[in-house]
Design a protein around this ligand. Sequence first.
Ligand SMILES: Nc1ncnc2c1ncn2[C@@H]1O[C@H](COP(=O)(O)OP(=O)(O)OP(=O)(O)O)[C@@H](O)[C@H]1O
Ligand SMILES: [Mg+2]
Length: 433
Amino acid sequence: MTDVASGGAELSEDTPAAGESPVLAVDPLLDDPGIGIVVCCGAGGVGKTTTAAALGVRAAERGRRVVVLTIDPARRLAQSMGLTELDNVPRPVPGIDRSAGGELFAMMLDMKRTFDEIVEGHADPARARAILDNPFYQSLSAGFAGTQEYMAMEKLGQLAARGEWDLIVVDTPPSRSALDFLDAPQRLGSFLDGRFIRVLMAPAKAGGRAGRKVMSLGMAGLSLFTGTIGKILGTALLRDVQTFVAAMDTMFGGFRARADATYRLLQAPGTAFLVVSAPERDALREAAYFVERLAADRMPLAGMVLNRVHTSGAARLSAERAEAAAEVLDARKNPAPDGMVDHPAGQDAGAGPGAGPGVGSGVGAGVEEDADRFASALLRVHAERMRQITREERMRARFTALHPDVPVAEVAALAEDVHDLAGLRAIGDLLAS
Ligand SMILES: Nc1ncnc2c1ncn2[C@@H]1O[C@H](COP(=O)(O)OP(=O)(O)OP(=O)(O)O)[C@@H](O)[C@H]1O
Ligand SMILES: [Mg+2]
């Protein structure tokens, strides 16, 4: 076995290839009564939401009472799971086979609604009303980047506290980095007294030029700035902001305590993290970092889901041979110098129906040329697919060399997007096979 690089090791060109990684046994994981939370995390766009939903369907149809917490599912997928409203209430998913005694609920995370619920749960009714009615709070809670990870954590804590489900499957937000989800609770420490407040004071949207400028001001500049903003926006608006800040400040302890509790929940043995990745360099690099980070945070990793892996039914035909055959066909279709197509004896077999006797040579050659062109194009597509498979295998081998003990479940790339229960079941079957 190769030396195993670890602790910040990179997926690089020099990383030695390793042997096979262990296979992630998905069904035993889903059936394990000791597992109460499965968290699907990974880089953007790799299939976290799809995997979470597919695991939810599979666990429910194997007999568990499951809730899936999804974040921004594609519209059609959401509809097929009965998720038509953003109301932060888990809804039963229609069409689930309940013969094994299980059940599936799903909910879409609504950031603003979750935020509101926290305010309501942490402040007395009058103060909660003051915050909820505050225009700054309203625009902020709806869209402040970075709160989504925290909200996902918060919602997970709430669902777990209800104790109504055997298994909670958690999707994570489409973060810039997979680590954002884990960083969210710690970041909360500076949530209210740092960036949050400065954005709050920003006259424009947080993402705008003015917002960025304000964010770059230190706290020292804040009082000077509030004087200026007061002049520009009027003191009423400024008072709004200050009321909001004061109210949020008194609740800060509550936020922090809950985030800490959820963090501990993630470390508990009843939690299983699944790192979802595509067989691509960037996604796998992120997956590798995430694996290391989970170990550092003492969070239980169950394994990796390698999603959208390409396969070929004709893998015995190499890229090189397919390419060479395509070249032969391409050469054949070049007309001879006198305008006649070159038909060496014995090469006409299987050239297509138009090539039969009695057909004028011009027409026959045309049909044959079409067939050749088609075959050549197919061969080149196949060659490209085989090269992609090779690239994917190489990337996977590098990950395995860094983390040889991480069990992997491979899921083939389906021909179509996954947008209904049948698609989710197909993904579930692939996950468990
Ligand atoms: N194995 C697969 N075969 C075919 N399509 C897939 C597969 N897995 C996921 N998809 C499709 O890829 C797209 C992205 O998947 P998904 O939304 O699950 O990714 P995500 O990691 O949740 O993305 P984000 O980071 O934006 O939240 C979806 O359209 C989904 O249907
Ligand atoms: Mg998603």
